[in-house]
Ligand binder design. Structure first.
Ligand code: PLP
Ligand code: COI
Length: 355
């Protein structure tokens, strides 16, 4: 298998761009898609030549294993354009590495880094005009790999598709969110696939999240599957709490996604001289802190939502509201990270990649 360089990417451009139909000032999240997509097939033990083609439906046999056994993984990343019209992506190699960590767990062949990176860059060059520049917007990039190979036998497929599609997007959440601490359901378990971005992890969240929505909450705070005593993630985001002036987040594990936003925030916070602790956080500690007023902030962190402040949480029928704080860590850290992402400030970490 070729691994280090992609010798060729076949490009077929669309005959008619859809861009004129898009209102770039009123973008929702992930609802309109750009003109092209990258597709790379895995057959006979090899990733074939990647192709960039017009965005279009993918045709599969009913026996394709993705439909039956959910063999699929994905990533989420964002591209920005700075004031000099440079295309910028945030820590894309980390996404490539995590895609392959996820693939390995799902018995999907890993994609060579050069296929991912060269394919991504070529696609972004072609889709440059689709990168929105208004505050809070970006071109959301969705790389994914799934089992296209056929058969009802419950075993890994012999063929896969790697695809990158793009959606110019605005904010993921409209405002502050209210969350419910989960007491019954779990999103992951020890030895499971929680650390992977496997499609099924998200399908498994929809029903408990709908139950929480029916009660007036926007999201679920996932707790550990064994005792439900420790908080783990906030919906599809990593979770942060500020108790007094200390920023807390929980350690990653095989139940928790190793978020790229999470690890960037930890680094930035340390460099801002914010005391940071990475340790388990119990529901009991959170409730006591909410009751005695030391719980100043709770927020989720992830690519799609960046930093999403939490207005309050529910637990066992009781609601705990968080106060409005001035100079919140959430707004400071959000500004720092988005300024780095969009080239409004220097990037001392080398996270920003120019395409
Ligand atoms: N946790 C889960 C379950 C997620 O799906 C995501 C989103 O990607 C995150 C956390 C945040 O990860 P990242 O910051 O890499 O987007
Ligand atoms: C992301 O933050 O990029 C995600 O993947 C979360 C979600 C849209 C599933």
């Amino acid at each position: 298998m070729k691994t280090d360089t992609v010798t060729q990417i076949d490009i077929t451009k669309t005959s008619k761009s859809k861009i004129e139909n898009v209102d770039f000032n009123n973008l929702s999240f992930g609802q309109v898609f750009s003109d092209h997509m990258l597709v790379c097939d895995y057959k006979d033990g090899t990733w074939e030549t990647p192709k960039i083609i017009p965005y279009q439906p993918i045709t599969l046999e009913p026996s394709a294993k993705i439909f039956h056994y959910g063999q699929s993984v994905f990533e989420g990343m964002k591209a920005y354009k700075d004031s000099d019209n440079n295309i910028l992506v945030f820590r894309p190699i980390d996404n490539c590495k995590r895609l392959n960590i996820s693939s390995k767990r799902l018995a999907i062949p890993e994609i060579p880094e050069a296929y991912f990176m060269d394919g991504l860059k070529e696609l972004l060059r072609l889709e440059k005009d689709w990168i929105p520049t208004s505050d809070g917007s970006a071109l959301y990039i969705r790389p994914f790999v799934f089992a296209s190979g056929e058969g009802f036998h419950a075993s890994p497929a012999d063929a896969y598709k790697f695809v990158i599609a793009c959606a110019p997007s605005g904010s993921y959440f409209a405002g502050k969110v209210k969350v419910l601490i989960e007491e019954t359901y779990s999103r992951s378990a020890n030895g499971g696939v929680g650390f992977a971005k496997a499609g099924g992890n998200y399908a498994g969240q929809f029903y408990p999240t709908q139950l929480a929505k029916d009660k007036g909450y926007h999201q679920v705070i996932w707790t550990d599957d064994n005792t439900h005593e420790y908080i783990e993630e906030a919906g599809a985001m990593n979770i942060f709490a500020r108790i007094d002036d200390t920023l807390l987040t929980v350690p990653t594990s095989d139940r928790i996604l190793d978020g790229i936003t999470r690890k960037s925030i930890i680094q930035i916070a340390k460099d801002e001289n914010i005391p940071v602790e990475v340790r388990k956080i119990s529901v009991k500690e959170l409730i006591e802190a909410a009751e005695n007023g030391s719980l100043k902030e709770l927020f989720g962190a992830g690519t799609a939502a960046v930093i999403s402040p939490i207005a309050g949480f529910g637990f066992k029928g009781q609601d705990y509201d968080l106060p409005e704080v001035e100079n919140s860590y959430a707004s400071l850290l959000k500004k720092r990270i988005t300024d780095i992402q969009t080239n409004k400030t220097v990037d001392p970490y080398g996270w920003r990649v120019k395409v």
